[in-house]
Design a protein around this ligand. Structure first.
Ligand SMILES: [Zn+2]
Length: 214
């Protein structure tokens, strides 16, 4: 009897310890008032399905002056670009947890100091009229490996889509659902959209003009 009680107490103790460990190791809410790397944001280039847009073209578009048809940004919007057939680095970074100024990409206003940004080429249908998940088999498998590599370095980080913090369709798919399909742990799946109900309703109508746009 004594042994039985002890083992029950032991089991209860272990369960409590495990629950506490899960709670304590859960990623913290995104704190944008920081320079600590807290997550990875997924984007699409908002270019038509099948169009072979290269990383250099994206960088060019982002940094060209507005008068010459660009965005006029000082730096490109993404750290890495998943082209149709290659993964290309645009803004280099190291493996520590601090986001240095040189490592910042202009991916999402208000979140750039705390997130890394990766984009896949595509995200629109071939007639360029609606948002569409156009991930190719190559992009899909590389993106999965990319995300798991990121989580290996940053086990407490969030993975999220641009459309979870802005009224945009980008990256043209449901990021939490995709991450679950990849087998990403639930604790790393960002699920707290900061959009107001009104903005959420607006999402569909904003799809075209609010995409990142190439
Ligand atoms: Zn985006």
């Amino acid at each position: 009897m004594k042994t039985k009680n002890k083992s029950i107490i032991g089991i209860v103790g272990v369960s409590i310890a495990m629950s506490l460990a899960v709670l304590l190791s859960d990623p913290k809410p995104l704190n944008t008032n920081s320079n600590e790397l807290q997550g990875l944001m997924l984007h699409c280039s908002a270019s038509p399905e099948g169009r072979d847009v290269r990383a250099t073209e994206i960088a060019n578009f982002h940094t060209r002056t507005r008068s010459r048809g660009g965005r006029g940004w000082k730096k490109p919007g993404y750290n890495d670009v998943l082209e149709l057939n290659a993964l290309v680095n645009l803004i280099s970074y190291n493996d520590d947890t601090i986001v240095q100024v040189s490592e910042i990409a202009n991916g999402a206003v208000g979140y750039n100091r705390v997130l890394r940004h990766v984009v896949y080429v595509g995200g629109m249908d071939s007639s360029y009229s609606y948002a569409k998940n156009t991930l190719t088999h190559f992009q899909d498998s590389v993106l999965k490996v990319y995300i798991f590599n990121f989580l290996e370095k940053y086990p407490n980080a969030w993975i999220l889509g641009h459309n979870q913090v802005a009224a945009k369709a980008c990256p043209s798919f449901d990021v939490p659902a995709k991450l679950r399909f990849y087998g990403v742990p639930e604790r790393n799946i960002y699920k707290k959209p900061k959009l107001s109900k009104r903005n959420e309703k607006k999402l569909d109508s904003l799809v075209f003009r609010a995409l990142d746009g190439l």
